[in-house]
Design a protein around this ligand. Sequence first.
Ligand code: 0PR
Length: 365
Amino acid sequence: MQANGISEEELFSFLSLKKGEDSNYHHVLSSMCTVPHPVAVRAHQMFIEANLGDPGLFPGTASIEELLVERLGALFHHPKAGGYATSGGTESNLQALRIFAKMKGSRRPNVVVPESAHFSFEKACDILSLEMRTVPSDETFRMDVDALQERMDKNTCCVVAVAGTTEYGVVDPVKAVSEIAHDAHVPLHVDAAFGGLVIPFLDHEIPFDFALPGVSSVAVDPHKMGMSTIPCGSLLVREPSWFGHLNVETPYLTVKQECTLAGTRSGGAVVGAFAVLEYLGMSGMKAVVDGCMKNTRRLIEGMETYGYRRAVTPDLNVATFEAGTVPPGWRVSRTRRGHMRTIMMPHVTRDVIEEFLQDIGEMDA
Ligand code: 0PR
């Protein structure tokens, strides 16, 4: 630290220089985050100092967290689901496995996850000392359900399905997985970090949530398709009392027990997440998702007219291609199999897609 502070002007000119080095999302097709909705920003600013780690000091913010959980629970066909706002999908996945490992109480617990699962499960299994067993994907990159059962045994504390895979934007056959898990009395955790705020707004139904009796918990991130400020994820569980397995005593706080992973937690981001859902409602969210899906179809169609084949037809707004070089200035990512991966987040408008197609067409010429 410098002995004496610098002027505000000097400070902010340095910060804007650094901000200029960041991407402004305009040509970013590789991100599952997006520019936050203006009401999220306004709500976040309003609650900027609120710390949900000591909710007794911020009862208003804490009641908004409860409302957020209630809204998401209702959206997922279980208004009485228990839940809390996490820092994102990584924490939600970790906490879900933590609950189910404790409930199982096995000495050598294992978790069965699809090959396509996000790398947060690897972190979670490492931290919780769980054996991670993977189920291969079929040719559409969805979990091969036939291979699931043989990986489960009496020490399996949780099965995971992904509703909206990170790499290919497909939804695992959650209904079939749910039946297997239910019959075996093994909890099923659905990672809908990305898809949870897309699937309910699609024109056709894809079962993935608490309407399926085998689903025990769902992770969904407002800071992805919920257009909230970062960080805001959430974990919902079928039985609110399950969080009791995670409780620790917090004698010097305004609440005497805590089940969250983080202590200090951003109230602003949580209020921001709630604000977006409340402001847009079902019809507003559907309009956003419709737009993203239309843009996804347009990109796939445009790329295929140039001869770049899709890797798969996605369920959600993720498009992947057999394609190599990308025009300069554009950010895309690569899947583990080497496919070009793009995500049509709300900042990726139709104009942006047309611009990308034009650039890639010129590159080819
Ligand atoms: N589950 C799924 C299905 C995910 O796609 C992700 C993140 C997670 C869990 C973990 O969520 P958190 O990162 O919130 O803990 N998927 C994106 C990815 O890894 C996250 C991301 C977002 C990466 C924006 C880059 C980026 O620019 O690709």
